[in-house]
Design a protein around this ligand. Sequence first.
Ligand SMILES: N[C@@H](CCC(=O)N[C@@H](CS)C(=O)NCC(=O)O)C(=O)O
Length: 237
Amino acid sequence: MSMRLYDLAADDERIRFSPYCWRIKMALAHKGLAAQTVPWRFTDKQAIASTGQGKVPVLVDDDQWLHESWDIALYLDRAYPDRPRLIPEGAVGETRFIKHWSETSLHPALFRLIVADIHSILAPQDRDYFRTTREKMLGRRLEEASENREADRVRLHTALEPLRRAVSGQLFIAGEGPAFADYIPFGALQWTRCVTTYDLLAPDDPVSLWFERMLDLYDGLGRHAPRPLSQGQGVKV
Ligand SMILES: N[C@@H](CCC(=O)N[C@@H](CS)C(=O)NCC(=O)O)C(=O)O
């Protein structure tokens, strides 16, 4: 039986934008495992209630319900040891460091810039929930989250510096080939790509060049992901 992945969706269910779900979609492709994705909205808590929490990704493998992207990656390496490893032997510590860097530096820098874009593509039933929870998190209105976009772009550029330096000298963070260490920040940038109609990075930035390589992986899994065409004008596929 193939696996099932609960995957955060916009009002147009073809748009799947969660940074954490992207980690797992890339991880499954890396391991050559097929999963049926189930579009999930922020307010669909009941559908994943058996995990005892309310966030995606949730992966169902046979009768096991798994959550937390980091734990899912560890599970996939444990349960499918004959497939390419997501986290090479001995690299758990370094990969965990990248997870923490991404979540504490990269995600907040991106979040302020894109939070209003996210709100604009949500399903109607998710909009109030998202506004209330995120405005509480930010301490201000969504529309004011990025009051000074130029300063926020500089903050993002600075947050990306370790990644920029790493991929200036090698193809992927993990070396010659990609691994979960790459899928973590890829998820963050793909989150942005799937909710916006504009670019946040210069095309010649080494981070952009690495991201382009990431978009090409697995027959363009990331590149072919639908994204908004322009506000209120459908979806680019
Ligand atoms: N630590 C979790 C974070 C997952 C997470 O925050 N998912 C978001 C979507 S990007 C979510 O489901 N949020 C539900 C909510 O805010 O109610 C992981 O790594 O899987």
